[in-house]
Design a binder for this molecule. Sequence first.
Ligand SMILES: O=C(O)CCC(=O)C(=O)O
Length: 255
Amino acid sequence: MLTEEQKNFYDDQGYVLVRGMFSAEEAAALRAEMHAIAARGDTGDTSSDATWDSVRGEGTTIAHCHDVHFRSAMVTRLLTDPRLTGVAQDIIGPNVQLHHNKMFIKPPEKGSPFPMHQDFPYFPHRDHSMIAVILHFDDAPEEKGCLCVYPGSHKLGPLPSEGTDHHVSTERYPIEGATALPAKAGDALFFHYLTIHGSGVNRSNEPRTTLLIQLRDPEDVPLNNRHASRGQGMMLAGIDPAAKPFTFAWEEQSA
Ligand SMILES: O=C(O)CCC(=O)C(=O)O
């Protein structure tokens, strides 16, 4: 749960870093689980390197996989952990729905950066209820390419985006002008999908291991049908007041 002060901070700044949501032991176990997924090459239908187009060719890579709860029961349990969903409820409201989740491992010395961007262009929603939470499974100091944000930028609304990876203007919003948010293993960073964010290269000699979960109010309305994912629509807290009768995918295809 957020304190009143944390809630006000989130409303004003568009992010809140919750320290020690998970213990060092829990973070270590989750870190091992992520690295085991990567070692198995269990990245499903997503490409194993998530380096963005606008920074490709600079010798960096980043291991990733989507729908991590379809690969690991530990992650399925994590998605409904009340420590996580409680904070999400404080931000979104009583009903919290899964949009998607993805693991990132930024390898040592050459872990890819994420250009500064808003998440809005990837999955725009009518009411802007969408948030992200990044769970840190090892320490993410600045030299590891921790997340950086432009505080308060969620109040600017959707901004023009550039390139195939939809980053914001690099002249207007350089990463050097953003606030770095170094985190420790077990910390959880929540931010609004309009908050401008990104991260630098991992120049350290250790990987940076995270799980990013995107959550929304089930009554919010997606403005396009891009970015579908397995398990999208699962309720992680509360109920879905807008739930429609269930149909299997093959029934929809044959209808
Ligand atoms: O993990 C990071 O450093 C940022 C990831 C991100 O912003 C994204 O996937 O949209």
